[in-house]
Design a binder for this molecule. Sequence first.
Ligand code: ADP
Length: 162
Amino acid sequence: MRKAIFPGSFDPLTNGHLDILERSAPLFDEIVVAVLNNPDKKPMFTVEERCSMIGEVLEGVKRDGCRLTVESFSGLTAEFARRSGASAIVRGIRAVSDYEYELRMALMNRRLEPEIETVFLMADEEYSYVSSTLLKQVFMLGGRIDGLIPELVEQKMREKLS
Ligand code: ADP
């Protein structure tokens, strides 16, 4: 069984994340969207809120026979991957600027867990400039972000703001 984790902050989930998930689904039997519980960051949504939103959105995702689940974790990503029985860590690359950070992380994760491979997928050009942080900033300033984020997520952002 080929199992992968797709780790990240997902604060909140964007269409860029979904694009990577849909691209990776045909490659694996199971993918766990692994939501990092990072106490250093001040998130817009709690880990529980993020997991529940992702769970709902996943129901409408093209899965190509792949089982898609969502779990939260804290601590080392590589260790979580091993504990989950995953053989791969999926990450998305948007631009050269992502590469340097991702390369360092992938090499460190390989050192920690040599059996687990990091798999990089290229973002769709349509979403290559999309990040959770940028979308939150634009949203907070009253800008339009529809089409870049699942409708459910945008609705939850509106609820947060009010
Ligand atoms: P992290 O804080 O770990 O970078 P993110 O939630 O920002 O968590 O991102 C999780 C993963 O999704 C990362 O591999 C990131 O490169 C990828 N990603 C984020 N936004 C996009 C996008 N628009 N297109 C493709 N991949 C993306």
